[in-house]
Design a protein around this ligand. Structure first.
Ligand SMILES: Nc1nc2c(ncn2[C@@H]2O[C@H](COP(=O)(O)OP(=O)(O)OP(=O)(O)O)[C@@H](O)[C@H]2O)c(=O)[nH]1
Ligand SMILES: [Mg+2]
Length: 335
């Protein structure tokens, strides 16, 4: 790894340079939501080939790419165009990431810009010495052939990123089958922004139990696929927090093979006792590989109103644990 990554090991949390980058329409919508919520200690960046969409979204910095190729009209569902536009803007990305320690890169896979440009941007950020965590959504099956394209994007991003967190839109429909698409996208935007905010602020702000950058690196630094479990329940019932999270997975994967996890809890100070935290962490850990290494962080949030909220990044999933899904999507045909 580069000297910058070694250097960041010694940095104070407040000195870390963290970027949250959204690529393409879906990615920009997630960034818009996160920018409106506010995230302490990180800068939000929106990247798109679509000028009109980009102009209407909130972000600390906006980067229109490929203007000379497509006149700001988007990549029209073609990842090759998205890729070309990102390559043409590589100088801008190198400059942007020259001081980066940690980059969250989020995109809705299946269209042209996100699927084509996100792998290029991931590669450049890594080359600049930053840790990169990809957070990608797979399209709803009703979106047709986009799902195959998306899986190809996942593989390309995974080949460069430190970790790739996969969230499958279809899993939302299993929980709420009649959910309209736009509501589903909105829910994913909210999941993504909460994930980035929780992880970033547990590093950059004083928390009940802090995570530091090295904790993050030890769970998410080693490459591979990850996914998320999110659940909440009344603070009297920690078991239900885990049960609800188990009933709310974001990917069909074999969690028992997961080698690592990062568990983040939020609750009111009265409701979040050490015992409850231990119980929750123990319950999640028991679902993973017996040798899994698990790191937990916790933050007090008085707006939680008697609830405990859990977010667990289940990491180090082996490819074979998600490969039945890949096969179902016909990925082997398109390689
Ligand atoms: N989370 C989220 N996902 C979205 C949203 N809109 C679309 N998506 C998903 O993202 C995928 C890609 O769509 P876009 O982001 O619009 O595509 P793009 O990357 O901008 O690509 P082009 O428009 O072809 O240049 C879609 O197939 C959806 O599954 C959104 O508002 N939020
Ligand atoms: Mg678009």
């Amino acid at each position: 790894m580069s000297s910058r990554n070694k250097k960041s090991k010694k940095k104070e949390p407040s000195d870390l340079t963290i970027y949250v980058v959204g690529v393409g329409g879906g990615g920009n919508n997630s960034i818009d939501r996160l920018s409106r919520m506010g995230v302490y200690g990180a800068r939000t960046i929106s990247v798109n080939t679509d000028k009109g969409h980009l102009e209407n979204k909130k972000a600390d910095k906006k980067m229109l790419i490929g203007l000379s190729k497509n006149e700001g009209r988007g990549a029209g569902g073609n990842p090759a165009i998205g890729e070309e536009c990102a390559e043409a803007a590589s100088g801008g990305f190198k400059k942007l990431f020259s001081d980066a320690d940690l980059v969250f890169l989020t995109t809705g896979l299946g269209g042209g810009t996100g699927t084509g440009a996100a792998p290029v941007i991931t590669r450049i950020a890594r080359k600049c010495g930053s840790m990169v965590i990809g957070i990608v959504t797979l399209p709803f099956s009703v979106e047709g052939t986009r799902k195959k394209l998306a899986w190809r994007g996942v593989e390309r991003i995974e080949s460069y990123a430190n970790s790739t967190i996969i969230l499958d839109n279809d899993k939302l429909l299993e929980v709420s089958p009649d959910m309209p698409l736009d509501q589903g996208f909105g829910m994913m935007d909210s999941v993504i922004s909460n994930l980035v905010k929780s992880v970033t602020e547990t590093i950059t702000r004083q928390s009940l139990i802090n995570l530091d950058f090295n904790d993050l690196r030890s769970v998410l630094g080693g490459g591979g696929y990850s996914t998320l479990m999110v659940g909440e329940a009344h603070s009297k019932d920690p078991k239900k927090v885990v049960k609800n999270a188990e009933g709310n997975p974001f990917l069909d994967a074999d969690y028992q093979g997961a080698k690592k996890a990062l568990i983040h809890l939020t609750g009111e100070s009265k409701g979040l006792s050490v015992k409850k935290m231990n119980d929750i962490v123990g319950m999640v850990t028991s679902k993973l590989d017996p040798d899994a290494s698990v790191i937990a962080g916790a933050r007090i949030d008085h707006t939680c109103k008697k609830k405990i909220k859990m977010m667990a990044i289940v990491a180090g999933l082996e490819k074979r644990s998600i490969s039945p899904v890949m096969e179902k999507e016909g990925l082997s045909e398109v390689r």
